[in-house]
Design a protein around this ligand. Sequence first.
Ligand code: SF4
Length: 374
Amino acid sequence: MPGLYFHIPFCKQACHYCDFHFSTNLSRISDLVDAIVKELLLQKEYLADKKINSIYFGGGTPSILEQQHLDKIFEQIHNLYKLDTSCEITLEANPDDLTKTKVAALIKSGINRLSIGIQSFDDPVLKFLNRAHNAEMALSALDNVRNAGFKNISLDLIYAIPGQDHDAVKKNIEMAMRFTPEHLSAYSLTIEPKTVFGNWSLKDKLTPVDEAINAEQFEIISSHLIGYGYEHYEISNYCKPEYYSKHNSSYWKQEPYLGIGPSAHSYNKESRQFNISNNASYLKSIAQNKVPYQRETLTRENMINEFVFTTLRTIWGCDLNKLQDEYQFNLHDHRKKYLEELMANELVTLNNQVLRLTQKGKLLADQISLDLML
Ligand code: SF4
């Protein structure tokens, strides 16, 4: 079943590591919400199936929105689509926004899942990352969310931060476990160009964490969370049984989705669309009833590569029979020798024609996928 994604391109301040599209000029939030409502109408033909089972507000910082903004967007969603009874409606939130009042408003709006950008419970680390919150705000936000009755929350944590040792990583996990989140995403810090960290790295003011330490911290997180009863269902994602993120899973399972807002992407199995990553240009174009996007028609080769890249990262693995049935492509014949090497090195397993990464293989997921691609 298809999904809707909304990109809310505003943040109170720029985190030093972030290369997502956002603006810290908050003066046009209401204009942008109106444009999003209009874009929904302009794109109403994009999804053939009008029943939706996942809505995701990402960004940027969607928790910056007021209830009236969310109400406007939901009114248009209900005008145009039917929501599945178990529709997952997620909003990414930063701890500094999650006051008791805001949390109550989010529940009232119909949000049933929060993805909270905790990143760390350590004040010096939060300062180093230039996050807008501190550890106390994170703890208070989590109390507010649980006390208000949110039964499905996901926490984001970052590891492999320069200067952060293994004990600090363990401590973050222990702190997160106090709130027994249904879902947890742990991302290793990547130094992106055109960010403050990218700039520091160019000037040798910041040295990325060594790969071996990165791998050790990945292991620490994985083993701790598995010990706490979480399923490691994708390289960076863990959940309590059955709490897979529908939004993320739909990407990995090639379900169609419509992305609304500046820099949002859409996918309908045949093509991908990329909305312009500029708030002013987006607003101007929508005012002229034109959605500012570029479209890329997917070739068979693109589809095979995407299938391999996305499915291999998950516990469901890359189903070689499905690859054969849907794209008439026999990966086993195509890369027989390489696959045998991977299996001999215990980096992948192949059972019932499903290729899966081992724990050791997960650390090399990107390289293995690239090597398998056409
Ligand atoms: S709050 Fe999120 S989107 Fe905004 S700058 Fe920080 S990491 Fe990026």
